[in-house]
Design a protein around this ligand. Sequence first.
Ligand code: ZN
Length: 1211
Amino acid sequence: MADKVGGAFPAAGRRLAPPQEDAEPGTGRPRSLRINSLFSEDELIEDYYDAPPANSGSDAGAVATSASCGAGAPGDAVQGPDAAGQLSPIIKAGWLDKNPPQGSYIYQKRWVKLDADYLRYFDSEKDAYSKRFIPVSSISRIASVGDQKFEVITNNRNFVFRAESDADRNEWIRMLQQITEERKSKALERMSMLQTINGTMDLVDKSGFLELRGFKNKLFVAVAGDKVFLYKNSEDYRLGIGITYIEMNVGNVKEVDRRGFDLTTPYRIFSFSADSDQEKEEWVAAMQQSIAAALSTSEVAEKIWAVEPNRFCADCGSPKPDWASINLCVVICKRCAGEHRGLGPSISKVRSLKMDRKVWTEELIELFRRAGNAVANRFWAANVPPSEDITPGSGSEERRRFLVAKYREGKYRRYHPLFGNQEELDRALCAAVTTADLAETQALLFCGAAVSCATGDPACPTPLALAERSGQRLQMEFLLHNRTSETPRLEVGSGGEKHYSALLPSVAHHGFLYKTPSMAKPVGERKGLEEFSRRWCTLHDGVFSYYESDRNAVPNGEIKAEEIVCLVHNPPRAHGIESTFEVYVESERLYLFGLDSPEAVREWLKSLAKCFVPPHAEELLSHDFERIGRLHYKGGLNLERAQEGWFALAGSTLHVCFGEGDREEPLQLRKLQELSIQGDNEVLVLVERRRTLYIQGERKLDFLGWVQAIQKAAGSAGDTLSEQQLTEADVPLLVDRCIDYITQCGLTSEGIYRKSGQNSKTTGLLEMLRKDARSVRLKEGEHQVDDVSNTLKRFFRDLGDGLFTKRWSQDWLRATALEEEEARISEYRRLLSILPAVNRATLKALINHLFRVQRFSGDNQMNTHNLAIVFGPTLFQTDGKDYKAGRVVEDLINHYVKIFNVNDQEMKKQQDEITAIMKMREAASSGTQQAGDFICTVYLEEKKTEAEQHVKIPATMTAEELTFEILDRRKIVMKEKDYWSCFEVNEREEAERPLHYSEKVLPILHSLGTESYLVVKKQMSMENMLLYLASRVGDCKHGMMKFREERNLLGLGVSTGFHDRYFILNHSCLRLYKEVRSLKQRTPPLESSHKPEKEWPIRNLKVYLGIKKKLRPPTCWGFTVFYENEKHEKQQWYLCCDTQADLREWFATFLHAQNGGAVWPSESCKVRASRPQPDSRLGNVSLIPLRGNESDMRSSVAAFATDPLTLLRNV
Ligand SMILES: [Zn+2]
């Protein structure tokens, strides 16, 4: 726990070298000090030798090297680390104070450097090797924490730094945010895996523990690519947070003795020792390979950098750019390279100078030396207005804008004099490639000359062949890399990003259509035929045009395909024309077209859809959609940014294409758990089990149409089973709601299902449930058992096609004639297997329910026979004159386990559930409280309708599981130090209590009064409480609190107000002392010597945070405490603390004492935090199968109920 709350490293008192010594540049001081100053800070003191090691050959060398480095000119030292250690340019560097390790108050001055890959800190700006590196990829958040401080938050550790001023702090935050944001939004990881070995262990050539002289404990060392990384231990290695890394282009490996070897760099000698000589050989080989790799790669860079302009990014000017665009012939920095990638390979082919070794042929290197940044920028950046130029510090957005303008649009280009004259350009190109004038070739090519234009020379038909004949190798190289390059095109009104880059197939279609004037509002009422005018319409080259007639050459109007956002196929005869459709465009207008031929309209729809739906979403076109288009959505774990997706609604299924490369996914709208609108018609929330999709109203007009259509499709469509809103298990929600209610409230109700209830209430309820069962909550008190039971019967009786279906119901009835039980059962099983899935699931759910009801026949007088009498005719929709129908039901109940293949586990679970219900009901009937619902309303963060979640609470569910359930539904990721908890809020008492994570929710639910509710939110004080608990001595707390008792005398509430009292809280009880003075004299108080005025065992206390304001508590830091002993004697009183910290400490002590020290789940928390993150897109995650048979479903639900983490682990 200490580790968790204590930041990077635990334990105290581990500063080694005094700061003064640190500050002194190395003037031949003993080597151990130098080592310590490199790595000391956060390490345990035991990690180090106390004294410098005895001198040996290598040691002497180390001193010499270190000394020579230190003695060199300061300029050398500063330049040294940059030249050797760092190929990636520094984005920001400066002095910061790093927060002290635990147990110390002294901030440590650190030289901090940020580049595109790492945040590192050093003892001084002269140091080559960091004390700590944090990969940018592992940073999840940067937070400002006041006092010029900021916090760098990684998945597992947080680092706090303090800047010299707010401005400096903000600048650091800005840069860090920018760089981590870029990292997240780019697939740069793929390009730079060698730099961040974190999580990509397969790139590591060798890793393991090695002794490093100067360190008591072995370090974890990893050789990866051209670097060697040092970690404190393997855990750190896994997390990616290390001490330092060594760029091997300056390294040299030397074997020393049987197990020892030295890695020498100009700044330091690392003396390693392996476990065995064989191990040593492997390490030496791996490091030598790494050096070779580093040399060969930096070789390319060095050669290219030898030409001055190539030493700075062609786009932003960052020094030492180690990426290149091989067709544009520019050397660029890593951040620009990321944006170049975004331009696509037809604009820029991005390669690394260091990693893409094979690409760098002698010719290409030579081409870059001859042409490179100087030549390229003379052409590409001939006219850059200073206001649009970028610098090394520019943000991703700015960079992108600039690079799009520069290379895709060619906005700043120097136009070739022949620009616009294709023939001349081509001819000039053919001439240029035979000379050494690369600049000319470049200018011609990017001003429109065709790279494979006809030369008119049969021997050399292409410019490439001409170049070859002329022996122009560099021209050939240049042409080769630009074979597929696009010519820049300055688009009018550019800046608006294209929605997709792939070219749409050219679709052509034409014919007459009827059209109304376009509208800016939804088509409210039916349009009569007279409102339509006949227009000649054409669809050609992505433009839909309508003309007065087919003889007109100038269209009345045009709609560009890329402006279309939605296409709607109206139901037949919605207007005065048989078949109509609507076209919605970006500018929030809609066009209504129609024809009397539905087939012709379908043709139009297909053609139109084809020309505006991008190829990756083409699958959507295969559905008989009533609505298709693009919308912004958020989903999965990626909730920060809305993305564009393509949606098609067909029947009750919403088909979605989330992105390029994804297959479409169907969402069964009738199975949604929740469908709601957030904000002022801004966001449509669709909740399926375990996944949530937010569709955003980017544009009002088409969005409202979508909302209505989706709402309609998510409702019940008719009176057959499959047209109802369904549960995941394919049972109509209506049936599920009724069964749930009866199970909770009606199992012991006499004559259940036999009594008929009130007709009007039944009718009303049935109507409500049919309309939208999802939004109906049946509650005891509001609804009568008999009304609900009658509603269920009525539903089945009126069901279109019946539960057993018209086709098969006679077979079911005939089966009763089979005398032999076994034969009958197997016939039922056969018939069951051929029922439609929804009917089968519903029948099982119902019979399961009746099976439970008859188990209470002692109370409810409804044995199997009685139930069969009622349900037979209901389910078979017969008049009940013969008992065949009843017989079937009776058989199904009697042989429920066999016919429905119910396993023991399932039975046991049901048994447990029933036991829990009965216990609750007994408890409820003995007290005054009402039985709560099995389905319970839990709020997320605060009590308001939008935050409502309706959760089914199984008897086994713990508060922690409930919290997970709510967070999962809303796709909230629990981060480190987010202490999400479930709170019981008592509105009347104005107090709340965080439930202990292991507390069972159901009993709490049943004891909640009407003024109470559950809310899941972060427990803000948890971190401080854990810190307090970890740091305190002993497990008891004592001190003054203000105490107020509520005495109930003869029904009169008498109170004497708040008074100072002395309290002692230990692991078993809370004691109150009136006499303060005598106690104050002794510290700690001797508990035995004084008899407390009052004493309560803590197991009988329930402590709530807060006191109702009516009592006018003296401070705002108070508790409300409920006491109830085994004899059900109750007391209620209040405690007030002087400070918030005091309150926190008392409360923490309470929690600690009441839960045997387990205040927060350390284990499960870790499991949860480290669980592989499900794919960010919707639908790839389904912890509970969305389909499959019921028993699969049940067993996985059961498994989830007992241990939600087993499922999470399997993801
Ligand atoms: Zn750059």
